[in-house]
Design a protein around this ligand. Structure first.
Ligand code: NCD
Ligand code: ZN
Length: 354
């Protein structure tokens, strides 16, 4: 069985910075990507819109140029969201929209994930006019939906966890205050988040990663497979089932965003960096999660190739790639360890051909 698909947009990826950026972009090109939304949690963060980079911050304008030098010209389109911090102003949003450089902004829970220490709480942007300006300008808010500052049972417990709590205690109020704000709930991992997105208006959508469709916390813990350690954490079977149902439903609100996040040092002497690398292998993993076949091909195509560009108002690619149900051992251009190798698997179940 050969499935032909339009080239797709990875609407949540980390291309990082420096020399390795070119390899990460190449890995994405090699897996049929025609574009991406490249996350701004660089060091320093991409937290201003116009002008040159400084020691304290980078700008969306310069980051786009850096990615261009590293090969992103081969994409049809690339979105670089602004990292929201205490220094973000509504004027940045207004001017960034006017120049066309600003298309999205990323909310990071302070200290909640890799390089998220520059983020401020939601109240900051609710009260300083930033969310209002985004809503007026039609700028997309990419949300890392985890409540920050929790620990122990509240962070990850039997009854609740940081994501659960965020979608129950914060998102409803946010949406009520800004009913027209376009929001993408990034890398959702829980049934709570799935239900929230399903029951919200058409301005609310979500990305889902391959790892959250394929695995649960049991897969992470059995043998301590730390290459599966990413944030938000993989959850329970009821959550995975809800994510899979949402992705396979064809509902326009759910689309691919891998959260591919390379780390040169994953495990350290006293902890582990959060992030799974799925550059070069994501469509194959998504196909595996769907158990792609003739009956669900239309829904797969919607999830991987159509729904995302539609939400962002980007044209669907007229170039194609294929997936075949045949084992493959793709090599990645970058030195990052792809997720399946990190999990001790040799082959992928699917072969991707450009
Ligand atoms: C991401 C990273 O490494 O930049 N890590 C992760 O676990 N997903 C940051 C993020 O998206 O949370
Ligand atoms: Zn991410």
């Amino acid at each position: 069985m050969i499935f032909e698909l339009p080239k797709w947009y990875d609407l949540h990826v980390h291309f990082r910075q420096g020399d390795s950026m070119a390899d990460y972009i190449q890995d994405h090109l090699n897996m049929g990507c025609c574009g991406a939304l490249a996350m701004p949690n660089t060091k320093p963060p991409v937290s201003h819109v116009h002008g040159k980079n400084t020691e304290e911050y980078w700008t969306v304008e310069s980051y786009l140029k850096d990615m261009e030098s590293a090969g992103s010209k081969a994409f049809d389109d690339i979105i670089a969201p602004l990292y929201l911090t205490n220094a973000t102003t509504k004027d940045m949003i207004i001017e960034g929209t006017k120049s066309g450089i600003l298309r999205a902004c990323k909310y990071y829970p302070p200290h909640g994930t890799t390089n998220s220490e520059h983020g401020a709480g939601l109240d900051t942007y609710i009260n300083n006019g930033v969310f209002a300006a985004m809503s007026d300008a039609g700028i997309v808010l990419n949300i890392h939906g985890e409540e920050h500052g929790l620990s122990g049972e509240e962070y990850f417990g039997e009854q609740s966890n940081a994501e659960d709590s965020f979608y129950k205690n914060h998102m409803p109020q946010l949406v009520e205050k800004f009913p027209n704000l376009k929001i993408v709930c990034e890398h959702i991992t829980t049934k709570t988040a799935v239900d929230f997105v399903k029951n919200s208006g058409n301005n609310i959508a979500a990305t889902i990663t391959p790892q959250h469709l394929l695995y649960t916390v049991a897969d992470l813990l059995q043998g301590l497979k730390y290459h599966l350690y990413c944030l938000p954490l993989v959850k329970f079977e009821k959550d995975r089932t809800a994510l899979l149902e949402a992705a396979k439903s064809g509902n326009v609100k759910f689309f691919a965003g891998t959260d591919s996040a390379p780390h040169t040092t994953k495990a350290t002497a006293c902890g582990c960096a959060a992030g799974c690398y799925t550059g070069g292998i994501a469509p194959q993993l998504y196909a595996d999660a769907f158990n792609l076949n003739e009956d669900n091909f239309d829904e797969f195509k919607k999830f991987l190739c159509l729904n995302g560009p539609q939400f962002y108002g980007i044209p669907v690619s007229n170039k194609t790639f294929t997936l075949t149900k045949k084992p493959s051992q793709p090599s990645v251009a970058s030195g990052a360890i792809p997720l399946h190798i990190g999990l001790g698997q040799k082959n992928l179940a699917w072969t991707l051909t450009l």
